[in-house]
Design a protein around this ligand. Sequence first.
Ligand SMILES: [Zn+2]
Length: 272
Amino acid sequence: MTDSIHISLEDLTLYAMQALSSAERVPIRLHLAECEICRAELAAVSGDLALMAMSAEQHALPEGARDRFLTRIGAAATPANKIVEIDAYPAGPKPQTRRVQSWIPWTAAAALLVIAAGLGSLLYRTRLDLQHETALTSAQTDESRRAREVLEVLTSRDAQRVVLTAGTPHPVPTARAIYLASRGALVLQANNLAPIEAGKTYELWIIPANGSAPIPAGLFRPDAAGSASVVMPQIPVGVQAKAFGVTIENAAGSSAPTLPIVLVGAVPSAGE
Ligand SMILES: [Zn+2]
């Protein structure tokens, strides 16, 4: 910018980079408050600085941004040692002529990052620079693309779904008893039973609700897969069961359970 009633590009750039003293910043801030032209120019300079800061971190520099920035710097630096002339400057002594501060290399990524962080309020107070918007849009596009990819994987019919758990050497033994007390009818289906040594057997017990002694309800041995069943053992009719239990007994079976109970299940109360 060559019009002396406005802030030079050089000063705007130094201002954006926070490279001016507080005394130098005051008149510029006053002018910016009044002058839309200079605010727009500051936004452009700030936008380019921000883009370069971002490009130093991870983004590809938008086409032309670097050239524009360097061009601005070159144009501004030509009339070196120029006095800041500001129409809104308060009456009184003219600002001191000051030397152009040594230029901070634009490649100083760390400094630019600091600058970019400080530009937020300036950018919001002025019209957003088109290139800055482009950079924002690019970042948002990257995020939405990634989100879309995740969603596609999660919802794909072709995706294989595998549950991973801590390794368990033996699957958990389970058994399901189906009991009809009024008929004295009982069926038990057991799975994943541990193998049982020769001369031993599993024995099923009905544990009566009235507190009387457990009633033996059948012997069984698991097959190679750990499965076994007890179907309609000889048991009394009409015994209300509180629970069912399984113990390991000698092969001939027992009239009373030998602890420990290796499997147990309570009969659900009415209403459960
Ligand atoms: Zn101006």
